[in-house]
Design a protein around this ligand. Structure first.
Ligand SMILES: Cc1ncc(COP(=O)(O)O)c(C=O)c1O
Length: 441
C-alpha cells in the first residue's frame, strides 16, 4: 500500500487553534436560514444538515477548481483530501492516516467491504455456504448489497433478530450470541459480520464493542461496522471498538454537505486487496489513494472538514458538547411526547443518541409500512412536520399494541416548538377520530 508524505496536507493540531468566538443565537439562525421555515424539521437522521458557512466553503472549493482546474488538480485536490483524512484519523483514534479513506457515502463503503468478500469467495479463501451475519434491522440498501455481493457469490446470510421495543443492550447481546451459535451449529463458518453502530429504523445504539469481541472470540474473520449515523452523534473510537472496517457518513451528523463518508480499514495484509468500485488511474495504490481520484467529479463535499471543525468549535464543548446537548434534548422531547400521547419510548435513554423512537397512539391504526409512510406524508402536508414513522408488527396476544413509532431527532437548529407541533398534530388527529384507514395512497 502506498503511504503518505506526513508533511503534506496540514496537521491535526490545526483543530487545536485558538478558541473561536462562541456562536450567538442569531448567527445560529442565520447558519440554517436556508431551511424551509414552514417545516418543523425533526428528521436530521436521513440527510443531515449543512450550515451556510460550510456551503460557502464548499462553493469556494468549487470555484477554485473551475477557475484553474489543472492547477487545482495538480496542487490542491490531493493535499486537501489528505487533510480531511488526517482530521478523521484524529476524530476516530485511528493509528495511521493510511487506514482512512474518503468515499461518497456509507453505501459506497459497504460496496468496498462486500466486494472484497466476493473476491474471497472467487479465490476460494471463502467456500460456498460460508456465512455473513447481519442485523435484521440493517439498513435496507446495505441488506441489498449483502444480497448482491455475498449471496450471489455463494455465501449464506444469517439475519440476527432484534427485539423492539428494547429495554436494554443485554437483550441485543443475547440475540446476537444466539444467532452466532445457531449459525455455527452445523460447522458453518461465519466469515463476515456486518453490524450497525446505530440502526436506522427502528433506531437504537447497538453495543458494538461487545459484539465485536464476541465475533472475535467465535472466530469471525472480518467485522464491518456500519456507523452511517455515528460520527457527530456518538463517540467513535475505532481502536476501542476493534472492528476491521468502520464507516460513517460525514453529511449526517457532522455538518458536511452531501455527500461524504470515511471508511476506516484496520491495517492488515488483506487491506491491500481492498479496492474502490470505480476503478481509475490510482488502481493498485491503496484504497485511500484509489478513493482520492475516481475520475473527474466534484470532490468539494469531502474537503470542507477543516471549516466544519471550526464551526463546531463555536459551540460550548465542541462536537462533544453538541452531541451531549442533542442527546439530552431528544430524550427530553421524546419523554414529553410519550407523556402527551400516553405511550412509551422504544428504547431506554442510554440507547438513544440524538435520535429517539416515540410510540404513537394505537388509535391511529398504523397497520403496515405503507400506513406509516402515508401518515408521515399527512403530517408533512397538513401539519408541516417532517418526521419518519416506523411500523412495528404486533406480537400475538398483545393488547392495544403500539404499532407506530416516530423517529425524532435533535440537532443544533431545532427548537422546542418543532416538537410541540408534532405533539399537537398527533393530538388533533386523535381528537378528530382519525385513523390511517382514512388515508388514500
Ligand atoms: C445504518 C445506515 N447505513 C447506511 C446508510 C446509507 O447511507 P448513504 O445513503 O449516505 O450511503 C444509511 C442511511 O441512512 C443508514 O442509516
Amino acid at each position: 500500500m502506498a503511504t503518505e508524505d506526513h508533511n503534506n496536507g496540514g496537521t491535526t493540531s490545526e483543530v487545536q487553534k485558538s478558541k473561536p468566538k462562541p456562536i450567538t443565537p442569531s448567527e445560529l439562525r442565520s447558519e440554517f436560514s436556508h431551511h424551509d421555515p414552514s417545516i418543523a424539521r425533526i428528521n436530521n437522521g436521513s440527510f443531515g444538515c449543512c450550515p451556510a458557512s460550510i456551503i460557502a466553503a464548499q462553493e469556494r472549493h468549487q470555484l477554485l477548481f473551475l477557475s484553474q482546474p489543472d492547477y487545482y488538480f495538480f496542487n490542491i485536490l490531493k493535499p486537501s483530501i489528505l487533510r480531511t483524512r488526517r482530521l478523521i484519523q484524529t476524530l476516530i483514534n485511528a493509528d495511521h492516516v493510511d487506514e482512512v479513506s474518503i468515499v461518497d457515502n456509507a453505501t459506497t463503503a459497504a460496496a468496498i467491504v462486500l466486494q472484497h468478500s466476493t473476491r474471497s469467495f472467487f479465490s476460494s479463501t471463502f467456500q460456498r455456504g460460508d456465512a455473513a451475519l447481519i442485523l435484521h434491522y440493517a439498513y435496507g440498501a446495505v441488506k441489498k448489497s449483502v444480497e448482491a455481493y455475498i449471496s450471489r457469490a455463494g455465501g449464506h446470510v444469517i439475519e440476527v433478530h432484534l427485539p423492539f421495543p428494547v429495554k436494554s443492550s443485554s437483550e441485543i447481546v443475547f440475540e446476537f450470541e444466539k444467532a452466532l451459535q445457531m449459525g455455527k451449529a452445523n460447522g458453518r463458518k461465519i466469515r463476515l459480520a456486518v453490524i450497525d453502530h446505530i440502526t436506522s429504523m427502528p433506531c437504537v445504539i447497538i453495543p458494538v464493542k461487545e459484539l465485536v469481541k464476541m465475533c472475535r472470540d467465535e472466530g469471525v474473520e472480518r467485522i464491518f461496522i456500519d456507523g452511517a449515523h455515528a460520527i457527530g452523534n456518538v463517540k467513535v473510537d475505532v481502536k476501542d471498538i476493534g472492528a476491521d472496517f468502520y464507516t460513517s457518513n460525514l453529511h449526517k451528523w457532522l455538518f458536511c454537505p452531501p455527500s461524504a463518508a470515511f471508511l476506516y480499514c484496520k491495517m492488515s495484509d488483506e487491506v491491500s486487496d481492498l479496492h474502490h468500485p470505480v476503478v481509475s488511474h490510482e488502481y493498485g495504490n491503496g484504497l485511500a489513494i484509489e478513493s482520492s481520484w475516481i475520475g473527474t467529479r466534484d470532490y468539494s463535499a469531502q474537503l470542507v472538514l477543516p471549516e466544519v471543525m471550526e464551526f463546531v468549535r463555536r459551540f460550548e464543548g465542541g462536537i462533544e458538547g453538541i452531541m451531549k446537548r442533542n442527546h439530552e434534548m431528544v430524550v427530553e422531547m421524546a419523554k414529553m411526547l410519550a407523556e402527551a400521547w400516553g405511550t412509551e419510548l422504544g428504547a431506554p435513554p442510554e440507547m438513544c443518541a440524538s435520535l429517539a423512537m416515540v410510540g404513537m397512539p394505537a388509535c391511529l391504526g398504523i397497520q403496515s409500512d405503507s400506513d406509516a409512510l402515508k401518515l408521515r406524508k399527512h403530517l408533512r402536508e397538513w401539519f408541516k412536520v417532517e418526521v419518519p414513522i416506523y411500523y412495528r408488527a404486533p406480537v400475538e396476544g398483545e393488547v392495544d399494541p403500539i404499532t407506530g413509532y416516530a423517529r425524532i431527532s435533535h440537532q443544533v437548529y431545532n427548537a422546542v416548538e418543532d416538537y410541540h407541533r408534532l405533539r399537537d398534530a398527533v393530538q388533533k388527529l386523535v381528537q378528530d377520530g382519525f385513523t390511517c384507514a382514512h388515508l388514500s395512497k
